[in-house]
Design a protein around this ligand. Structure first.
Ligand code: ADP
Ligand code: MG
Length: 358
């Protein structure tokens, strides 16, 4: 078993506490993504797990083993970085077998393991090439192979794809997901890219300033964000959020006032609603039907269109402020008066402490 447990971890650099008090379990055989903006402490946490950084307090456990005092090389973790470095004067085969040579594995076994890893990563045809003869993606696969070849229980990835172009990033993302499923190892993957997190993770941990904002499966975070920060961080284009001026019970529901817009929602709230939100892809044009809320906009102007092939998003300026909505078709520039309908279930409500109200 290679669950990873962080118990009450804190980390300070001099006077600055970058991780206040963090506890987290990364389950065995699962893919955990640490997601958050730059500087929130993702790499620091990963380096604490790897043993490259010492926590100021708290425990790190891999399986049943307390590893605080175990050196990095004996933790059973393989680390894959953004700036992968291969030995330029060694072939792919020699690069891959190097960790095994260092570990004094018998030559026949080395060769068998290289062939096996090369097959998994589709590097077989490239084994006799030198790094300069490889594309960026191929080099990254060799770097991954070199990390994998010692059969670590745990893979730690620190933004391994962020230097690559989009197409390659998408391909290697699939590669990493596939490898993970094949090896059933425990993976911890650091990124600031929510799309990467959504596609790779079994479990996403959203971090902000060294604190956990929410832990959950990708769709859980998307559907039921715990707070404004998570709602804003997950989902592209970004969720539309509006400040509520007043919120009062009317009949079987609540009337929310946002500027000149008045919204009646068939719900009662325990705490006053401060912010209301809806995701761009969940807005339809037209009159609201049953179970929907109608939003009337005036003076709409299309600022920009975003074409994604199968659909397009329209960035609008309107009487309600700026918002993004799904465009009815690829070349429709919305303007003037607009009626939008959103399912009541697709509305998100937040209180004055920025916590979601469910
Ligand atoms: N060795 C260090 N000395 C001082 N401050 C550091 C050191 N490493 C990281 N930090 C600070 O800790 C915070 C978290 O950094 P990091 O874990 O690299 O964030 P992330 O990977 O999420 O971008 C940042 O404010 C960073 O400046
Ligand atoms: Mg980092």
């Amino acid at each position: 078993m290679a669950d990873i447990h962080l118990n009450a971890i804190s980390k300070r650099f001099g006077d600055v506490e970058v991780i206040p008090n963090l506890s987290l379990t990364m389950p065995d055989g699962k893919f955990t993504v640490l997601l958050g903006p730059s500087g929130c402490g993702k790499s620091t946490l990963l380096r604490i797990i790897a043993g490259l950084e010492t926590p100021s307090s708290g425990e790190v456990r891999v399986g049943d083993r307390l590893v605080n005092d175990v050196p990095p090389s004996e933790r059973g973790c393989a680390l894959v970085f953004q700036n992968y470095a291969l030995y330029p004067h060694k072939t792919v085969r020699q690069n891959l077998s190097f960790p095994l040579r260092m570990a004094k594995v018998a030559p026949a076994e080395q060769s068998a393991r290289v062939d096996e890893i090369a097959a998994v990563l589709e590097l077989t045809a490239l084994l006799d090439r030198f790094p300069r003869q490889l594309s960026g993606g191929q080099r990254q696969r060799v770097a991954m192979g070199r990390a994998m070849i010692r059969r670590p229980e745990v893979f730690l990835y620190d933004e391994p794809l962020s230097n690559l172009d989009l197409e390659l990033r998408v391909r290697l993302r699939l590669e990493i997901a596939r490898t993970q499923r094949a090896l059933k190892s425990t993976a911890v993957y650091v990124t600031h890219d929510q799309t990467e997190a959504m596609t790779l993770a079994d479990q996403i941990v959203v971090l902000r300033k060294g604190r956990i904002e929410q832990v959950g499966a990708p769709l859980e975070l998307y559907r039921r964000p715990a707070n404004l920060f998570v709602a804003g961080f997950i989902g592209t284009p970004r969720i539309n959020l509006f400040s509520v001026d007043s919120s009062e019970p009317v009949g079987e529901g609540t009337r929310l006032t946002i500027g000149k817009l008045s919204l009646w929602v068939p719900r009662h709230f325990q705490t006053p609603v401060q912010t209301v939100g809806f995701r761009p892809e969940q807005v339809r044009q037209g009159v609201a039907g049953p179970g929907q809320v109608g939003i009337e906009l005036y003076d709409c102007e299309t600022q920009a269109m975003e074409h994604l092939g199968d659909r397009a998003f329209c960035y609008l300026r309107s009487s309600l402020g700026d918002l993004v909505v799904l465009a009815p078709d690829a070349d429709s520039h919305l303007s003037g008066r607009l009626s939008l309908a959103v399912n009541v279930d697709a509305l998100h409500f937040f209180d004055s402490r920025e916590m979601a109200i469910y």
